[in-house]
Design a protein around this ligand. Structure first.
Ligand SMILES: [Zn+2]
Length: 190
């Protein structure tokens, strides 16, 4: 993989003062510019949240899903405890923003989040995590504590996951069905 790494910059946020760096990945679905946000004092075994982009949640505040609440929780958590958020540009479980909106339209007609993606001709989850291995190599991290409710993420990484940190936030009346599908069909622990 021919991955480019940006300079390291400071990023003051409402959650705390972080460092930020971008990783540019040539990808079959187009060039992807990922972000890594981390605290200045990074522990040898850092707490890491791997967050996949959700523009409607992260930026617009959609409560169809729990993405913004999880991202905010992760940024607050690493500010308090030290750690890293890897922000992957794989919108809509990597079907892309345009297709995600079409999937939302199908969900409005009664299909669940998995059925809608399948109906559009995609897998229910198209995401890949090779770039994450590259990022950990880059920072010479070989052991982490992973912030996740998704046990499938625990096995797919090259690093040793020595502990799991739960993220139990973001439940709303509007996303209870979405979270039920994540729990029942995608083996999330909620
Ligand atoms: Zn979302």
């Amino acid at each position: 993989m021919n991955i480019e790494v940006s300079q390291l910059a400071k990023l003051p946020t409402t959650h705390g003062d972080f460092l930020i760096q971008s990783f540019k990945e040539p990808h079959p679905k187009g060039l992807k510019e990922h972000l890594v946000i981390f605290t200045k004092d990074l522990e040898d075994i850092p707490t890491v949240r791997i967050h996949s982009e959700c523009l409607t949640g992260d930026a617009i505040g959609s409560i169809k899903c729990d993405c913004q609440a999880q991202l905010n929780y992760a940024l607050d958590f690493i500010d308090d405890n030290s750690g890293m958020v890897i922000y992957l540009r794989q919108e809509g479980r990597d079907i892309g923003l345009f297709n995600k909106i079409n999937a939302y339209a199908l969900q409005d007609k009664g299909f669940d989040t998995c059925e809608a993606n399948l109906k559009l001709g995609f897998k229910d989850d198209e995401r890949t995590y090779e770039i994450v291995d590259f990022i950990f190599d880059y920072y010479k991290i070989d052991k982490i504590k992973l912030m996740t409710n998704n046990p499938a993420k625990l096995g797919g990484l090259k690093v040793d996951v020595i502990d799991r940190v739960e993220v139990k936030v973001g439940k709303t009346p509007q996303n209870s069905e979405y979270l039920r599908v994540k729990k029942d069909k995608m083996d999330h622990l909620l």
